[in-house]
Design a protein around this ligand. Structure first.
Ligand SMILES: Nc1ncnc2c1ncn2[C@@H]1O[C@H](COP(=O)(O)OP(=O)(O)OP(=O)(O)O)[C@@H](O)[C@H]1O
Ligand code: NI
Length: 359
């Protein structure tokens, strides 16, 4: 494969707090190639936002710290870039739509002014040309009568429109990579769909890569080329979106998918909770909640990423190690295991019953 646009290798982002060191991101690898959409999924608290905000060093430091690893963007190591150099990348070649869009717009300036600023920061367009470009951007993100609304203030727009404006701002520099952190979570379903379609259209138009963070697997199915499944600061599984949905390998991914309506699951969430991020367990971080955990799962480090094949698909699970027995997880059929979602953690009687239960 060609050189990735973004390569994250061995990344660790920790926070030093009174309660101990929060290992929010604890050694993860992933890549984003030009023009593709990579989705990071995982439960709340698994480190998705911290991982994405570490890329352009948006993590408050202290208490945050990049404790290890490298971030390479377009061939350049940007892990320890100076603030000055970073400013040309952040909001320039890398656009960012934050999880909380409220903070992204300044209430005391008109939206037009703010987008013009964003355009001018990364181009040498004249004020007039920047204004034309800003109106064009507002128009493209679907703000009706964009030129008439140019001088309106953020509070004069609805939540969905504000989010479109935030996206327009992130696009103002024509970024090579757009990082979008739960860009539609706060919005109603119709507007969510519109904004996702909009991102896809703009992606094609600008030949832009998208790193989308979400815990909505419905969104992932619709928009992703590749998926990275995070849990407790680690990557559990990664690969082509079709592989992840058709042949999910990690018990965690399978449990997540099980929560999707129409996949046979009857649960809203996975039983149990994330481990203490200041004191993660040995072995696989999901082992305590995993219906397939064996002794090996509780010792050593998180298992390495094993190839699941065919194609682009890797999983961090001992059952997929060379010589392991994936059928422990996969069972004899491909129906998604549902036990992980049961509040009592019980296994369905009909499920695969080879040894290895954690209880
Ligand atoms: N400034 C901070 N200080 C201490 N801990 C932090 C800080 N920011 C994040 N964390 C911790 O890092 C871990 C990962 O948080 P993160 O926000 O990345 O999760 P997430 O996967 O984005 O979750 P969500 O889906 O809720 O957005 C959590 O345990 C969180 O409490
Ligand atoms: Ni988040």
């Amino acid at each position: 494969m060609s050189q990735p646009l973004l390569a994250v290798e061995g990344l660790r982002t920790h926070f030093h707090t009174d309660e101990g060191t929060v290992r929010a991101v604890d050694g993860i690898d992933f890549e984003v190639h030009r023009g593709e959409t990579v989705c990071i999924v995982g439960e709340s608290g698994s480190g998705k936002t911290v991982a994405s905000e570490t890329i352009t060093q948006l993590i408050p430091s202290p208490p945050g710290e990049i404790a290890g690893g490298t971030i390479t963007f377009d061939g350049e190591d940007i892990t320890n870039l100076s603030e000055k150099r970073l400013r040309t990348i952040r909001g320039g070649r890398i656009g960012h739509v934050f999880q909380n869009p409220q903070g992204a717009l300044n209430p005391v300036y008109t939206v037009g002014w703010q987008i013009v600023e964003a355009v001018q920061l990364h181009s040498d367009l004249s004020r007039d040309d920047a204004r034309r470009k800003a109106i064009d951007l507002l128009d493209r993100v679907g703000i009706p009568e964009a030129s008439a609304r140019f001088d309106d203030y953020p509070h004069e727009f609805s939540g969905g429109m504000k989010q479109r404006i935030v996206i327009a701002m992130a696009l103002a520099s024509e970024p090579d990579l757009l990082i979008a952190d739960e860009p539609t979570t706060a919005l109603d379903v119709t507007i969510q769909a519109q904004i996702l379609r909009l991102l896809q259209d703009l992606q094609e138009e600008f030949d832009m890569a998208i790193l989308l963070i979400t815990h909505d697997l419905g969104v992932v199915a619709e928009i992703a080329d590749r998926v990275v499944v995070m849990y407790a600061g680690k990557v559990m599984e990664a690969g082509d979106v079709y592989r992840i949905f058709e042949d999910p390998a990690h018990p965690y991914t399978r449990a997540l998918l099980d929560c999707l309506p129409g996949r046979g699951g009857d649960t809203r969430s996975i039983g149990g909770s994330l481990p203490d991020p200041t004191d993660p367990p040995d072995g696989c971080r999901f082992a305590a909640r995993c219906p397939h955990a064996v002794e090996d799962c509780h010792v050593g480090d998180q298992p390495p990423m094993y190839d699941v094949g065919p194609g682009d698909h890797e999983v961090s699970c001992v059952h997929f190690a060379p010589g392991g027995d994936p059928s422990v997880v996969l069972g004899s059929d491909q129906s998604v295991e549902t036990s992980a979602g049961r509040a009592d953690g019980g296994r369905p009687e009909s499920g695969p019953s080879e040894g290895g239960e954690s209880r």
